[in-house]
Design a protein around this ligand. Structure first.
Ligand code: NDP
Length: 259
């Protein structure tokens, strides 16, 4: 452990694999209990970061936090579509864990339907969870990051980049998140805060249960669905890359080339 004179709050560790110096951070992962967010939480914990796992289901968040390597992780309940929940979550984090260094927004839902058949309440749920929710968690984290810097990764979708019939609202939520990511990156770059977006293709999680059919797989150039850990790798790369901000990184096995 080595302490940099200008960053007395942070612990430095040496990674065994590549001997790179990595700063240990407090990471908050919304949607961290399952799927992509869970894989991100696992990778961050393996890298020596302290992780706060957040989801609506408190038991699931706590169970994931307990399953991570290391003992200092925390599981919290929060519905990102409710502003007061987010506020409470950040209050708990700052009281019990300290200053947030990394934020990952992986909480997301879909209510796929043709627009003509979409119910307004479903449209609002998708926008409130996927778009407004991420905006509010970013705002909450920024209040922490302004003094020490930090990094944010939002999880978008290849559908936000390319569009898809039957997913107008979901696609709009993810495309909105892209514009938000680029603008926020410009807004906070001078404060040593970076904001990027990872846009996955078809990833094997609860969200895609039942979708892994031959026809869908055939459209993917690499010929298979992705694994959550493969998205987590990209998230970690962006969190730890000090000179990358405002980027959209597709992790889709080449699907965007076929759409
Ligand atoms: P999962 O359904 O497997 O997991 C979603 C996670 O988000 C869970 O932890 C869930 O926990 C949490 N969550 C959902 N709604 C809320 C909410 N309102 N407040 C807080 N937490 C919430 O999804 P994936 O892992 O597949 O998806 C993660 C992200 O990646 C999403 O944003 C999704 O849109 C995006 N994505 C996924 C793709 C895929 O193929 N799987 C492709 C492209 C993008 P709980 O239910 O307990 O709240």
């Amino acid at each position: 452990t080595w302490r940099h004179p200008f960053l007395l709050y942070h612990k430095f560790t040496i990674s065994d694999n590549n001997k790179r110096v990595v700063m240990s951070r407090l990471a908050v992962v919304f949607g961290g209990s399952r799927g992509i967010g869970r894989a991100v939480s696992q990778l961050l914990a393996q890298r020596g970061h302290r992780v706060v796992v957040v989801s609506r289901n408190k038991e699931a968040a706590q169970a994931t936090a307990e399953s991570l390597p290391g003992e200092q992780h925390l599981g919290l309940s929060c519905d990102v579509s409710k502003e007061e929940n987010i506020q409470r979550a950040f209050e708990t984090v700052s009281k019990t864990c300290g200053t947030v260094g990394y934020l990952v927004n992986a909480a997301g839902i879909n209510r796929d339907a043709l627009l003509l058949r979409s119910k307004s309440e479903d449209m609002l749920s998708v926008l409130h969870t996927n778009l407004l929710g991420s905006m509010l968690t970013c705002r909450g984290a920024l209040r922490n990051m302004l003094s020490h810097g930090g990094a944010i990764v939002n999880i978008g979708s290849v559908v936000g980049v390319k569009g898809n019939s039957g997913q107008c609202v979901y696609s709009a939520s993810k495309a909105g998140l892209e514009g938000f990511t680029r603008s926020l990156a410009k807004e906070v770059a001078s404060r040593n805060i970076r904001v990027n977006l990872v846009a996955p293709g078809f990833i094997r999680t609860d969200m895609t249960t039942g979708l892994e059919k031959e026809e869908a797989v055939r459209r993917i150039p690499v010929g298979r669905f992705g694994e959550p850990a493969e998205v987590a790798q990209a998230v970690l790369f962006l969190l730890e890359s000090p000179y990358i901000t405002g980027q959209v990184l597709l992790v889709d096995g080449g699907l965007q080339l076929a759409l």
